[in-house]
Design a protein around this ligand. Structure first.
Ligand code: G6P
Length: 362
């Protein structure tokens, strides 16, 4: 039974640990009997015609959209913008000639996103809802739906929906890119790469018992913390810091590591925790030099790096996955960090104060 806690104390940990199975389940749903990854023809056709993609979302879904943007631009070759629903509705940007809207929403019920959908429907623009809930409002009201197949997500802090959203967007982007004859997409084997992600998520999760002490040393008693990274690592830093804020109430910011020196570094004092994400070769040395800058100002640092670029002494080493999929593994340790920081503080992991799983008011 999907809703049973089983041996788990909290839904959040259960849902974190379900992520490898979710990746496999997504593949199972998007692979046909000929073993090909497929997306509804109508969706691919409409998506292929777009001159620009607008992803509309809130919260964790918005953060997943940021990672999705890079994947869509790389594999499908369509310029993509990611907008907060609550901003887009009231400060609508100048739109392209042939926009295609993607509503990313775990619940499919978020009012902020729905009010944008109502507007774009009136304007007659094609809309795809990517959601975990079949028959949800956003799904019913959009032209097209792609399901996340992540199983019910109960913990208020979203975990498996984030990785599922990235995976499903990558399937759409890859099938569309192949269809358009884009070389990068033709060389990208979704099945193989997502299976590798699932296996490597499994191996990361077997190392889970190191996190309570890592978290204790890094975050005990702190009031604030930072995540830093460049590129996709920056996008994941935003999600990582949202997760930590939501449930542990530690004030945490995700920063583009190159931007620290333009202001934020003023906040670094003796003992300030700074967690760096490093998964790409082309940003490795720059981010490491940013870590040195904060370290020399007293920061307590933690480095989460991918094995290809790992150095002796890095705190968490992530197994190698395709460069487009690094977020799918790098986010896992940050989810565990949020979880254990919250446990250590004796707070309610699954039901943080002031938050709701799905927000149906604007
Ligand atoms: C609420 C939840 C967040 C979630 C956001 C968007 O604020 O607390 O965890 O990311 O809504 O929800 P959606 O269902 O649209 O993805």
């Amino acid at each position: 039974n999907d809703l049973a806690l089983g041996t788990y104390e909290h839904y959040m940990l259960k849902e974190i640990e379900e992520q490898p199975a979710v990746m496999r389940n997504i593949l199972a749903h998007y692979v046909n009997e000929d073993d090909e990854v497929v997306v509804d023809d109508e969706i691919v056709e409409a998506f292929s015609k777009a001159d620009r993609v607008y992803i509309i979302a809130c919260g964790t879904s918005w953060n997943a959209g940021l990672v999705g943007k890079t994947i869509i631009e790389t594999l499908a070759g369509i310029p993509t913008e990611v907008h907060l629903a609550s901003e887009f509705g009231y400060n609508t940007p100048l739109l392209s000639e042939k926009p295609f809207f993607i509503y990313l929403s775990q619940s499919g019920e978020t009012a902020d996103s729905r009010q944008v959908l109502v507007k774009t429907n009136k304007l007659g623009y094609p809309a795809l809802t990517v959601t975990n809930v079949a028959g949800s409002t956003l799904s019913r009201e959009a032209n097209y739906t792609m399901l996340l197949h992540a199983g019910p997500e109960i913990a208020v802090a979203s975990t498996k929906a984030y990785t599922a959203q990235i995976a499903v967007l990558s399937i759409l982007a890859s099938v569309t890119g192949k269809n358009k004859g884009i070389e990068v997409a033709q060389n990208f084997d979704v099945k193989q790469e997502l299976s590798l992600v699932a296996n490597n998520m499994d191996s990361l999760l077997t190392d889970e018992n190191k996190f309570p002490s890592l978290v204790h040393n890094l975050l005990a008693e702190t009031r604030n913390a930072f995540y830093i990274g460049r590129g996709t690592d920056y996008s994941v830093s935003l999600e990582a810091s949202l997760k930590l804020k939501e449930i542990s109430y530690i004030q945490c910011e995700g920063f583009a590591s190159g931007e620290l020196k333009h202001g934020t570094i003023a906040l670094i004092e003796e003992g300030t925790p700074v967690i760096a994400l490093i998964t790409a070769d082309h940003t490795n040395l720059q981010t490491r030099s940013n870590i040195q800058e904060v370290k020399s100002r007293g920061a307590k640092t933690c480095i989460i790096s991918m094995e290809d670029v790992a150095q002796e002494g890095d705190d968490v080493v992530l197994p190698h996955v395709h460069p487009l999929y690094t977020a799918l593994v790098s986010v896992l340790p940050t989810q565990l960090i949020a979880y254990y920081a919250t446990l250590e503080r004796g707070l309610d992991v699954d039901k943080p104060r002031n938050l709701a799983k799905s927000v149906t008011v604007e």
